[in-house]
Design a protein around this ligand. Structure first.
Ligand code: NAD
Length: 421
């Protein structure tokens, strides 16, 4: 049911909600609201049984006024052009909120990667990059991992580009393995950035993280690191979920390390309740209604809608996922005093360290983990404070405040560049 809402329509409504507080002209809006380039590719792949299967892929560049497009590539059976356009839109404003010199892009392939062999997956990844060779480039469009893509896939994509260009070009993609120009701290960057934001929010709202309770939807790359870090801050993790279902233990909390080990061994949380001291929800969406201090959605878009928002009552929602709340849900959550750390701020740690990886690739000089961590901390804390102060100044919620900052920065860049005719 939640997937029925159009992610792109929701993104456009978010833009309009922020634009109402700004005196934008029609010309300004037309320059920055909609995506600039949408590329659709068909990807023939030789399967292990000898037949050819045709996949569909997308790359959207939403806006490149402030720098090369930046944004991940998602492999998922439900990928649509509507979703990729929304994700590219959020990347434009995310890069602007944390003030890194990048624009917004996103890619996707319609595929269930768990059904492919490693060889089929590699051929699909390489074909996707080869078909979009003229779209990508270190100064043009720099992708990264997203749902179901990882450093190995980034390595295959970089190698495909390198073979065509007869050069080693690590800056064409980020989220690479360390051996191929990846950055220390990239794997945990999204979660780490989110935790920096949660700490700032906790301070503003007088929440003691040592006694705070947390529920996480989506125990994947970003989500599992997030609860590991919050556990280290003292939080009790009372519920986690993945595609196999939702699991909770309100009394003792869930051992995050045990869950991580379990997933390493079994590939998912399936049957986690049979092996440990946790219970399984009948409906995994119940997790969102758990009485906790901090709720972290870390799966897909449109999880909190007008259908369930009234029952979603944490003190803070830290949006690790992109677009987990609809505009209609936002209004209900705001009425109920739920403090949202919006996606374009909350999960910006990933793109921030991707940018730092790109910088290191271009210098050919690589930093220690401490240096990356310090830069990430400085950038995230400043962005949080900017958004918080803007929300107080305009008397708006954190999402609208973040968009006000992002829209102002993108508009200024677009205007200074002028119109090439
Ligand atoms: P991932 O593929 O590693 O993890 C996704 C997790 O969600 C998996 O555990 C999967 O089983 C689970 N899941 C999928 N559908 C579910 C459902 N209906 N209910 C419960 N769990 C479900 O992906 P990721 O990289 O962790 O990304 C998660 C979210 O964070 C996405 O919205 C992504 O765009 C966003 N994000 C990720 C990064 C990053 O650096 N990885 C950066 C910014 C934003």
């Amino acid at each position: 049911m939640p997937m029925e809402t159009s992610a792109f329509k929701n993104a456009m409504k978010q833009f309009d909600a922020a634009a109402r507080f700004m005196n934008l002209t029609e010309d300004q809006i037309v320059m920055i609201k909609e995506p600039r380039r949408v590329t659709v590719v068909k990807l023939p792949v030789r399967m292990d049984d000898g037949r050819i299967e045709m996949f569909k892929g997308y790359r959207v560049q939403h806006n490149v006024a402030r720098g090369p497009a930046k944004g991940g590539i998602r492999f998922h059976p439900d990928v649509t052009v509507d979703e990729v356009k929304a994700l590219a839109f959020w990347m434009t404003y995310k890069c602007a909120v944390v003030n890194i010199p990048m624009g917004g892009g996103k890619g996707g392939v319609v595929v269930e990667p768990s059904l492919l062999s490693p060889g089929e997956l590699e051929r699909l990844a390489r074909r996707y990059f080869a078909e979009l060779m003229d779209v990508f480039g270190p100064d043009r469009d720099v992708p990264a991992p997203d749902i179901n893509t990882n450093p190995q896939i980034m390595a295959w994509m970089m190698d495909t580009y390198a073979m065509h260009h007869k050069d080693f070009v690590p800056a064409v993609i980020t989220g690479k393995p360390l051996e191929l120009g990846g950055s220390l701290g990239r794997m945990s960057a999204t979660a780490q950035g989110m935790v920096f934001c949660v700490r700032e929010a906790a301070e503003k709202l007088n929440i003691d993280l040592k006694t705070a309770s947390v529920a996480l939807q989506g125990f994947g790359n970003a989500g599992s690191f997030a609860v590991k870090l919050l556990r280290e801050d003292g939080c009790k993790i009372v519920a986690i979920s993945d595609i196999s279902g939702g699991y909770y233990n309100r009394g003792q909390g869930i051992s995050v390390n045990e869950a991580i080990d379990y997933v390493r061994e079994h590939k998912s949380l399936k049957n986690f309740d049979k092996h440990t001291d946790v219970k399984k929800y009948k409906d995994p969406m119940q997790l969102l209604e758990e009485e906790v201090d901090i709720l972290i959605p870390a799966t897909l878009e449109n999880q909190i809608t007008e259908d369930n928002a009234e029952r979603v009552r944490p003190r803070v929602i830290a949006e690790c996922a992109n677009g987990p709340c609809t505009v209609e849900a936002d209004a209900i959550l705001e009425k109920n005093n739920v403090f949202i750390i919006p996606d374009i701020l909350c999960n910006a740690g990933g793109v921030t360290v991707s940018y730092l990886e790109w910088v290191q690739n271009r210098m050919g000089y690589y930093w220690e983990a401490d240096r990356v961590q310090q830069d990430l901390h400085r950038i995230m804390v400043k962005a949080f404070e900017d958004v918080y102060q803007t929300s107080l100044r305009h008397k708006v919620n954190m999402r609208i405040a973040a968009f006000i900052i992002g829209i102002e920065r993108v508009t200024r860049a677009a205007e200074m560049r002028g119109l090439y005719t």
